[in-house]
Write a protein that binds this ligand. Structure first.
Ligand code: NAD
Ligand code: ZN
Length: 359
């Protein structure tokens, strides 16, 4: 048996207002005056002076605003890396990603692709990157994905939606400031937060569960329960959810996700449905696999009056449906975790087709 030896985020700061310290935190990492810090920031903050004004741009530092309308693509990463190489005089001192899972995954990907040759598509998979990336910092502004703590950066390529999983992917520094999540729209808040709840459910109910994952998973599950079904203040909810996201991410680091993620990847790849929303659409139909938690999920939806799109697979072609099933079936570690080594006898194409057609 070979035990996995995982890197973790090297440094983390937590607290309401901790983002104020960003300049003093990163400055010691400046390599020289020609090597800039480059900020990738979700464009929802483009006119948010209270956030932008706290960043001191020195020497050649600059900001790239990123639209998270679509989730990250390998081609997008490659273009960003080419632009940065053309524009900067030296390899950057650091890449700072400020946003949700989309921007954080782009920041991680750009950091490692600045030092590894070729296209990011060549590195989708496990442990394919050869060299450490440049110093990279993650600042989440919406809670749930666990991207701030994970060892992967999920990208859609020409063939697959698959992460750059490597020891070089995790952030060197994370700034957890719950105040930054204040402007998130309610449905989006719920969808992304649910990603965390679903990470816990899939990890805790999977075959790969162990004490390491269980301890983090139970903590995050409990926090989600309090946030969604308790009576916390807005500030308490922000604080708890940020920590739930972290712990949920830690939980799956040493286990695996399950049925909801496998099916959600199919929806995302073929229809472009975003991760959090896709997970919710799928999870709503997974009583067979996660009965107790699907019931809880429905209570959460009701309590927060969240609307979920219906009938999204109604008018898709058989070809699209087949592709969705291909993408889902391809994720064997997820099925092994959820069902067991014999999963192919339970999870058939026709079973997945029926499930997709319900959504
Ligand atoms: P996101 O980053 O796509 O953002 C969702 C929306 O929220 C966007 O419209 C964004 O502009 C907005 N937003 C973010 N912060 C805001 C704020 N403070 N105020 C107002 N609006 C704000 O959403 P997400 O759910 O965080 O990330 C999804 C992505 O994360 C997917 O690409 C998925 O593949 C990835 N993911 C990665 C991991 C990982 O371990 N690397 C894990 C799970 C998901
Ligand atoms: Zn997820």
């Amino acid at each position: 048996m070979n035990f996995k030896n995982f890197p973790m985020v090297s440094k983390v700061v937590f607290g309401r207002g901790s983002f104020n310290q960003i300049n003093e935190i990163i400055e010691p990492k400046r390599l020289n005056e020609r090597a800039p810090f480059i900020y990738l920031i979700d464009d929802v903050f483009e006119s948010n002076t209270s956030l932008i004004s706290r960043i001191s741009l020195l020497y050649d530092d600059y900001i790239i605003f990123i639209s998270s309308e679509e989730e990250p693509k390998t081609t997008q990463v490659d273009t960003l890396v080419e632009d940065i190489i053309l524009k900067t005089k030296a390899i950057p001192s650091g890449i700072i990603g400020i946003g949700g899972g989309t921007v954080m995954d782009l920041a991680k990907s750009v950091s490692v692709m600045l030092t590894n040759n070729g296209s990011s598509e060549e590195y989708q998979g496990w442990d394919l990157l050869k060299y450490p990336g440049v110093y990279h910092v993650g600042v989440p502004t919406i809670s749930g994905t666990g991207a701030e703590v994970s060892r992967t950066a999920v990208l859609s390529g020409s063939k697959l939606k698959l992460g750059l999983n490597s020891d070089f992917t995790p952030f060197d520094q994370v700034i957890l400031d719950p105040e930054l999540t204040s402007g998130v729209e309610k449905n989006q808040w719920f969808y992304t937060a649910m990603d965390c709840f679903i990470h816990c459910v899939e990890s805790l109910n999977g075959n790969f569960i162990n004490s390491f994952s269980k301890s983090y998973g139970e903590m995050a599950y409990e926090l989600c329960h309090e946030v969604f079904l308790g009576n916390d203040s807005f500030e308490e909810m922000q604080d708890k959810l940020m920590m739930a996201s972290w712990h949920g991410g830690m939980s799956i680091a040493y286990s695996q996700v399950g049925v909801a993620h496998a099916l959600s990847y199919g929806l995302s790849y073929v229809l472009g449905v975003r991760h959090g929303l896709g997970n919710c659409i799928v999870f709503n139909h997974l009583e067979e696999f996660y009965a107790k938690d699907v019931t809880l999920f429905k209570q959460m939806i009701d309590k927060h009056q969240i609307s979920l799109p219906k009938g999204i697979c109604k008018s898709i072609s058989q070809q699209q449906l087949n592709k969705m099933i291909d993408v889902a079936m391809n994720l064997s570690p997820l099925w092994e975790n959820a069902i067991g080594p014999d999963w192919k006898s339970v999870i058939t194409r026709s079973k997945l087709e029926k499930l997709y057609l319900k959504m």
